[in-house]
Write a protein of this length. Sequence first.
Length: 135
Amino acid sequence: MERTLSIIKPDGVAKGIIGEIIKRFENDGLRISAIKMVYLTKKEAEGFYIVHKERPFYNSLTDFMSSGPIVVMVLEGNDAIRKNREIMGATNPKDADTGTIRRDFGTNVEKNTVHGSDSLESAAFEIDYFFKSLH
Ligand code: CMP
């Protein structure tokens, strides 16, 4: 059993597709073991994406992630990290496979609707960032 962090980004919440996204995870065998809606401050968004702090898109990304409410979830299941990434699709919606969340709902590489942990290490950091008591 593995855990990963999933975020429905401000564009996904604004589009009213929280239920549609959760349905895709559950239909694919991922269980939601924690969930909450939060409205990040700029500082909190910067802390979450600290690994990207030297990247040219860091300021814009953290502005966007603090521009509206987001839904933060812990997904649990066999191979949860890889499975979640498969359901999300490639980072850039225009490269994402048909039927993935980012292909169906994403606008561009920044407004790409969902975030998912990319490794066991980042899952541990990210789950802890939002749900301190879970592990
Ligand atoms: P996410 O999975 O949330 O992790 C980091 C985010 O940075 C990524 O999704 C993208 O939304 C965002 N981002 C913005 N610009 C870029 C870029 N040029 N390359 C990669 N990621 C980018």
